[in-house]
Design a protein around this ligand. Structure first.
Ligand code: FAD
Ligand code: NAI
Length: 465
């Protein structure tokens, strides 16, 4: 059957990349459809990623603070109890409100939702559940999926991915997390705060490869104080499901010594993979890279005319805001404008307590590149507001060019790090120097004064340390 509808643009996938691309293209006057197989819009991020995980991080933090933190403020709360069903219900309400919001935005902007599984059948042609649609431009925004280890089957009950870890119906006694990356530490934190014993097994000898090494060290220390246990330099070689849970076999990277750990739940969080198979790409001849990501040029064009790709399914950090920026840039390029993403200025945030945020270069990069740089650091323990909040763990670290003082990177571990990094993103985007940031008046007493002080420290003239 051939549908009679022709579009300027068909986007496959309604995650942050796809739905934002569709909205921006519609704003620019294109006739747009977006194919989504889930019964809700918003993709991984809104349904099983960013939003439900942040809902649980918020709830679990409130629980933990009420149980353990309020006494320091002189607030005595007794018999604090957990209603996990309600906590999950609130999370679902948050997700529902967000996904319905995207449906509303599609209607408002005239974007058609083609419900079903989309496949590229020929250049400019997309088939959705046996119906064919033609479009001038087709964008693949099919996102990513979690991966598992060879021989380990994820049943989402005992051996779970992030999706199952967001839905556990009881607090595990012992949660073993495979992978000390972003998902492992965020979701490990959730269940730790709710009372689980949590052991994180990480192959490398540090947490979260890719973030500033000094920040990673402080992060490990702070999480350890919260009771998370780490087996760094260990890889998981097997997980065997049992009646009560699972037995995890780990091997020390250095000498191959093995041991087993008993768990009632195992979270596999060792990365995600592009969703590029089964959607007709190979058949039409679109090139993939060795990791299965769709190959695109700087304007998101594949090697097939009229076929583009954005978001987690292409190279780059697997982040919602990166996918969104690409969605906007591509829609603008298709409309003949000059859409562009500055890949050097994409913030990354880990929403634990304390939060971790980074942007631009890390010291390890600068050393490897032989760039002469200055470091300005300021601890939250010297910030009045952080003291008032009882949140003095962490620091702000600013890296600037030794000769020109131009900002090169910024890394924060501490309260509200994810919000504080926005100022430094703006500064980096505008090519500011550390002195530019230092000369801006920051309100007192705010956490943002730690950013100003770190910028002053780059010139050896912080005032409060
Ligand atoms: P996706 O969001 O994966 O969307 C792709 C969509 O395409 C899906 O809805 C899928 O159903 C649909 N689809 C796929 N194939 C087809 C097909 N053939 N036909 C029809 N539809 C199809 N990022 C952050 O920036 N901040 C965070 O806090 C954060 N937290 C996360 C927490 C977790 C637990 C996880 C798993 C991820 C998190 N991420 C976070 C990453 C973020 O979710 C992704 O980077 C983002 O969703 C990528 O957007 P996307 O549009 O490329 O793909
Ligand atoms: P990740 O790539 O962040 O971390 C995976 C970790 O697992 C690495 O540290 C790796 O060394 C380790 N590992 C791999 N194999 C192992 C083994 N056999 N044994 C022990 N350790 C092993 O991947 P993760 O955490 O699954 O997240 C996937 C993506 O989702 C990330 O790229 C991230 O960008 C995105 N995400 C972003 C969030 C945010 O922005 N706050 C939150 C959650 C996810």
């Amino acid at each position: 059957e051939v549908g009679d509808t022709d579009y300027d643009l068909i986007v496959i996938g309604a995650g942050p990349g796809g739905y934002v691309c569709a909205l921006r293209a519609a704003q620019l006057g294109m006739k747009v459809a977006c194919v989504e197989k889930r019964d809700r819009l918003g993709g991984t991020c809104l349904n099983i990623g960013c939003i439900p995980s942040k809902a649980l991080l918020q709830s679990s933090e409130s629980f933990h603070e009420t149980q353990k933190g309020l006494a320091d403020h002189g607030i005595i709360v007794e018999n604090v109890r957990l209603d996990l069903d309600r906590m999950h219900a609130r999370k679902r309400e948050v997700v529902d409100a967000n996904t319905r919001g995207i449906e509303f935005l599609f209607k408002k902007n005239g974007v058609a939702w083609l419900k079903g599984f989309g496949r590229v059948t020929a250049p400019h042609t997309v088939e959705v559940d046996n119906k064919s649609f033609r479009a001038k431009h087709v964008v693949v925004a099919t996102g990513s999926d979690s991966i598992s280890l060879p021989g380990i089957t994820i049943d989402e009950k005992r051996i779970v991915s992030s999706t199952g870890a967001l839905e556990l119906d009881a607090v595990p006694k012992h949660l073993v997390v495979i992978g000390g990356g972003v998902i492992g530490l965020e979701l490990g934190s959730v269940w730790r705060r709710l009372g689980a014993e949590v052991t994180v097994v990480e192959f490398l000898d540090r947490l979260v490869p890719g973030i500033d090494g000094e920040v990673a060290k402080t992060f490990e220390r702070t999480l350890s104080k919260q009771g998370l246990k780490f087996r760094l330099g260990h890889k998981v070689t097997g997980v065997e499901a049992t009646d009560q849970g699972a037995i995890v076999t780990v091997e020390k990277a250095k000498n191959g010594a093995t041991e087993t750990i008993e768990a009632d739940i195992v979270l596999v969080a060792i990365g995600r993979r592009a969703v590029s198979e089964g959607i007709g790409l190979k058949e039409v001849g679109a090139e993939l890279d060795p990791k299965g990501r769709v190959k695109v040029d700087a304007h998101y064009r594949t090697n097939i005319p009229g076929l583009y790709a954005i978001g987690d399914v292409i190279d780059g950090p697997m982040l919602a805001h990166k996918a969104e920026e690409e969605g906007v840039a591509l829609a603008e390029l298709l409309a003949g404008q000059a859409g562009h993403v500055n890949y050097g200025v994409i913030p990354a945030v880990i929403y634990t307590w304390p939060e971790v945020a980074g942007i631009g270069k890390i010291e390890e990069d600068l050393k490897a590149e032989g760039v002469a740089y200055k470091v300005g650091k300021f601890p939250f323990s010297a910030n009045g507001r952080a003291r008032a909040m009882n949140a003095t763990d962490g620091f702000v670290k600013i890296l600037s060019d030794a000769r020109t003082d131009r900002l090169l990177g910024a890394h924060i571990i501490g309260p509200e790090a994810g919000t504080l990094i926005a100022e430094l993103a703006t500064a980096l985007e505008f090519g500011a120097s550390a002195e530019d940031v230092a000369r801006v008046c920051h309100a007192h007493p705010t956490l943002s004064e730690a950013v100003k002080e770190a910028a002053l420290a780059a010139d050896g003239r912080a005032l409060h340390v």
